[in-house]
Design a binder for this molecule. Structure first.
Ligand code: ADP
Length: 350
């Protein structure tokens, strides 16, 4: 029974174990699944206990589609949000970097909620946390669990937490977490989504009590829909606002996007003028604005019958005037009151 085939191409130990556990023969696992399972094996060449009862195809999906080894976002890429960044460093990055110090009274919460209007940088913060803490990043949209993985969501959640525990330190980012942990449904709630929610809370409970270095980040535009159990587990709740109050942040986004691509350098005066007109724009609105403005000179050239091959770099001045009419803020200022209220009541930094 302990015999291990000497040839790796035969799937090594992975083939042995999965055939025993899933009840399927080694031959049903294709090469990519085998490679993926092999990469999760411990130094002893064995698949960790937590993964043994999981379906290999779900483990593979998590490893290939949801796990991101190099999220490639740094703090410096995120405009503004200085206060939120500072808190995140203290609350989550230090504990991930120095688990030996952050124990006992200093032990950190393992759930963080980022809430605020869409497009303000919540996903960027999640990725930056993973990048700065040298952690593996897992991104999943909660609505895909309920729509795309109908009936399989629970299994996928188990696989997600299972793979994350083999890839510590790990950051699990759950976008639109309200659609998973909302209080709304209780009556008409489908049995399957109730089970999914329960499974998710069980998994969270599990790593919250243990010594695992896993941080769960939930992001939402609708914090008011989260139920009490979710709030309780997401112990830190940070408001990620629009950069509307912060002209500097908007100016930074414009400068950064134009200069990073070496497209065009605008004068400070021009940038200030644009900032005056972009009150209420989110980070993602600013990005769309710069993209649209950068296309302006090309559209002009087309209109005037100028060949694209003849265009010089000097002709590529972005046209913000037109784009400011085209790209409008996606968040209405009226909506912001809801976030302020919720922040006052439940936020960590109200
Ligand atoms: P959210 O998760 O809050 O909906 P994202 O983090 O996905 O928003 O942001 C979408 C895009 O908008 C980002 O990829 C980035 O280009 C831009 N963006 C949003 N907020 C910022 C910010 N604070 N600084 C720089 N870029 C931002």
């Amino acid at each position: 029974g302990n015999f291990v085939p000497p040839m790796r191409s035969n799937g090594g130990n992975v083939g042995n174990m999965t055939s025993g556990v899933t009840g399927k023969g080694d031959d049903v696992l294709d090469d990519s699944t085998k490679t993926c399972l092999e990469m999760l094996c411990g130094p002893d060449g064995e698949l960790p206990e937590k993964l043994r009862n999981l379906e290999p195809r779900l483990i593979e999906h998590i490893s290939n589609e949801i796990m991101d080894r190099d999220p490639n976002v740094r703090w410096d890429d995120i405009a503004g949000l200085e206060h939120a960044k500072k808190c995140v460093v203290e609350m989550v990055i230090w504990p991930l970097l120095r688990p030996d110090i952050f124990r006992g009274c200093r032990s950190p919460g393992k759930g963080l909620l980022l809430f605020g209007p869409p497009g303000t940088g919540k996903t960027m913060i999640g990725k930056a946390i993973a990048g700065e803490a040298k952690a593996t990043f897992f991104y999943i949209s909660a609505s895909s669990l309920t729509s795309k993985w109908i009936g399989e969501g629970e299994k996928l959640v188990r696989a997600l937490f299972g793979v994350a525990s083999c890839r510590q330190p790990a950051v699990i980012f759950v976008d639109e977490i309200d659609s998973l942990l909302s209080q709304r449904k209780s009556e008409g709630e489908h049995e399957s989504s109730r089970r999914l929610k329960t499974q998710f809370l069980i998994e969270m409970e599990g790593f919250d009590c243990g010594s695992e270095q896993i941080l769960l980040i939930g992001a939402t535009n609708r914090p008011q829909e989260l139920d009490e159990a979710a709030r309780r587990r997401l112990t830190k709740r940070l408001y990620i606002p629009l950069p509307s109050l912060d002209k500097e942040a908007r100016a930074w986004i414009i400068r950064n996007l134009l200069e990073k691509d070496g497209l065009f350098k605008l004068s400070d005066e021009d940038i200030n003028a644009i900032c005056k007109f972009t009150e209420g724009y989110s980070g993602s609105d600013m990005k769309n604005l710069v993209k649209d403005a950068s296309m302006g000179p090309l559209r002009d050239a087309l209109r005037h019958g100028i060949e694209i091959t003849k265009l010089q770099k000097e002709d590529m001045r972005p046209d913000f005037e037109n784009s400011l009419n085209e790209v409008r803020p996606s968040v209405s200022l009226n909506e912001l009151g809801i976030y302020d209220e919720w922040n006052k009541q439940f936020g960590s930094l109200s």
